[in-house]
Ligand binder design. Structure first.
Ligand SMILES: C[S@@+](CC[C@H](N)C(=O)[O-])C[C@H]1O[C@@H](n2cnc3c(N)ncnc32)[C@H](O)[C@@H]1O
Length: 392
């Protein structure tokens, strides 16, 4: 059993906390950027495979104050890095510093790297090389007010890189944020969802993966921990088999529930997720992504303007991430988009609940609807609110 930290975006820590309880992590402790937990190798592998709202899982190894080069160098030597990777392996150091005596994070990264390779040389007579593209070991160093936390990245590529995104539009939302919105919306996993400005389809694809109980990590080829010394393939295989079994059973049940007969008695699967966008190119991207994710049987994407959209089914939830000023479009014309969106909701989505990710209060207030809840969440470095509207 060891201590780990699952990291996420601000606003999603509670959702991540709930997910960690679900996978059996123990001794949880929230902090602003994530949740600490205790777990053995099975739990860490499960976390990497199953957590939808995490960006990476790291193993904290050192925590110390440092004001001078020697402090940094000598403290790094307190951890035995030779037990992590082979001497002919590769490493990368990712450093960030804020309000520290060290001003240059590249210098900090270099100092840490020097200490690690000197340790290898001293103990084994040779050293690993640096590879910033595809390293075997990523050492994460965070310095704040001269206090340094050092951890090892168990994930490798960020966990929001699920592996299904073959194409995107102009301002795609990250996959873990899309999953987080569904958690913040307290979506029940069975109610149909419409995204009227779906872009490359991330929110609906994440929802469809949840409905099928697909673990988000199963499409990935590798995780950071796979390159560590002592990586136990059998433990991973067992974890992977478990999540694939769960997915198979849930998918069978879901497809059976969604299968209906048409007028000619032919069975067909009723979609559960509906995505629309003005832009034909992003609809193409969304379709390709859904296919890659293995959810194209329950999600439909169509080119359609939100202004004239009709509800595709009787009852459901609208969840969307409309365009906002900093990245797409111009503010005044965007206000019209929001006004029209409110009109569509009020007139053609009666009885539905709508969730709108707003990155700009001026735009969302143009909707002139009263939000019944406002959950703060960060989309990249844009502070947003997930606004909830009941369309009576
Ligand atoms: C911020 S992006 C959505 C990104 C999406 N969540 C994703 O993951 O790719 C906003 C989308 O709204 C679409 N859009 C803008 N005005 C629209 C309208 N009037 N009707 C339908 N879609 C519209 C844009 O084409 C764009 O794809």
């Amino acid at each position: 059993m060891a201590r780990y930290l699952a990291m996420t975006s601000r606003g999603l820590v509670d959702a991540l906390h709930d997910e960690l309880i679900e996978i059996g992590a123990k001794n949880l402790d929230k902090e602003p950027g994530g949740v600490f937990f205790d777990g053995n190798w099975s739990v860490v592998m499960r976390a990497n495979l199953r957590l939808r709202t995490a960006t990476r899982i790291v193993k904290p190894i050192l925590s110390f104050p440092a004001y001078k080069n020697e402090d940094l160098y000598n403290n790094i030597l307190k951890f035995d890095f030779t037990k992590m990777i082979e001497v002919d392996g590769t490493l990368a150091v990712e450093a960030s510093v804020r309000e520290c005596a060290f001003k240059d994070q590249r210098f900090v990264a270099m100092k840490v790297k020097d200490a690690v390779v000197d340790q290898f040389r001293e103990k084994l007579g040779a050293r690993p090389s640096v590879d910033n593209e595809n390293p075997d070991l990523v050492i994460v160093v965070r310095g704040y007010k001269n206090h340094f936390d050092v951890s090892l990245d168990t994930s490798g590529d960020a966990l929001f890189k699920r592996g299904y995104r073959v194409a995107t539009g102009e301002a795609p939302i990250k996959e873990h944020v899309a999953a987080g919105l569904l958690k913040l919306a307290e979506w029940d996993g069975v109610t149909p969802i419409v995204d009227p400005m779906c872009g490359s389809g991330t929110i609906l694809i994440e929802a469809a993966m949840m409905a099928k109980k697909m673990a988000p990590g199963t499409l990935r080829k590798s995780f950071g921990f796979m390159k560590w010394k002592g990586y136990d393939r059998e433990v991973f295989k067992k974890e992977l088999e478990t999540v694939l079994d769960v997915e198979e059973t849930a998918t069978e049940k879901l497809i059976a529930r969604l299968t209906v007969e048409d007028e000619e008695g032919v069975e067909k699967v009723q979609p559960m997720f509906y995505g629309y966008d003005l832009d034909a190119q992003v609809i193409k991207a969304a379709k390709a992504n859904a296919k890659e994710a293995g959810v194209d049987d329950i999600v439909v994407f169509r080119r359609h303007a939100m202004e004239t959209l009709e509800a595709p089914c009787e009852k459901g939830v609208v969840i969307t991430n409309p365009p906002y000023g900093t990245r797409l479009g111009n503010k005044e014309s965007l206000k019209d988009v929001y006004k029209d969106f409110a009109f569509t909701l009020k007139n053609r989505f009666k009885g539905w609940t709508a969730f709108v990710l707003s990155g700009d209060p001026e735009l969302s207030s143009a909707m002139k609807l009263k939000a019944t809840r406002r959950a703060p969440v960060y989309n990249g470095n844009i502070e947003c609110r997930l606004l909830k509207y009941e369309m009576f």
